[in-house]
Design a protein around this ligand. Sequence first.
Ligand code: PMP
Length: 297
Amino acid sequence: MAYYNENTVLWLDGSIIKAAEAKTDLYGQSLHYGYAVFEGIRSYRTAAGDTKIFKAVEHYDRLQRSAAAMNMPFDYSTTELIAATYDVLAKNKLQDAYIRPVVYAPANMSFNLNTESYTAIQAWEMAPFLGDKLLRVMTSSFQRPNPKGFKIEAKASGHYVNSILASQEAKGKGFDEALLTDMNGHVAEGPGANVFFEKNGKLFTPATGNILPGITRATVLEICHELDIPIEEGQYSTRDLLQADAAFFCGTAAEVIGWHSLDDKPFGKPFPDTLSRRIQLTYKDKVIEKQTELATI
Ligand code: PMP
């Protein structure tokens, strides 16, 4: 996939520069040690024809918290970064886009603190709502990083080595995606999405603590409350999931995407007949069609 061409621009610490001319330091601490934080954000073209970012404040606030959790200097306000993002979208003529802000470290082969960091905002086209295909999911042999070893609530680049290993393993075995457990063997999340499952008219999702608390997960919880769908946050085994009526992943890129099967075992109900499908359709209606969750700034 081509993320940029010779006309693409990105935002780097206050300047708009050509993506093809942007440079990074091969001696950087982020490249060598995975010491960086980032976000994944979506924008949508609205019914009125303009461009709006989904939950921009929540994403940039999380970026700031991630940087703080990693002891990285971070000099921007959420408002400034949102304005910069709209600028990147407009200059690249993007509407339905995926936005990737990243905060990274200077050249530093030691483990010492840095006095500065760099912030870049990149964006590329991404069509909305990829969610109609059902996923064949595999329980990964990899577990999520132990929260006693990492600040798992932060969206830190290094954590994604674990995601890459799990996703590559699943795809290598002919599945669409992986499901990872936490260090206690409880269901945790996908490599880049949170997980929900459904049983007897009730929804379940792993509690926070050992997962990235997703902004889409929070939106799905809001939808459950609005639709009066009972929801429980707790600790679940893969056996609970294997006995479920349905399951889905949710995340900024994935939006809400149903599962066909886990470890080749199909779920109890056809997906179109489930509350999970209703949640998927409500998410689509709210976010993409009615755009009620989109940023007002
Ligand atoms: N878990 C992981 C590991 C992720 O990478 C993501 C994507 N950011 C999510 C969950 C979902 O988070 P969000 O809904 O904020 O995109």
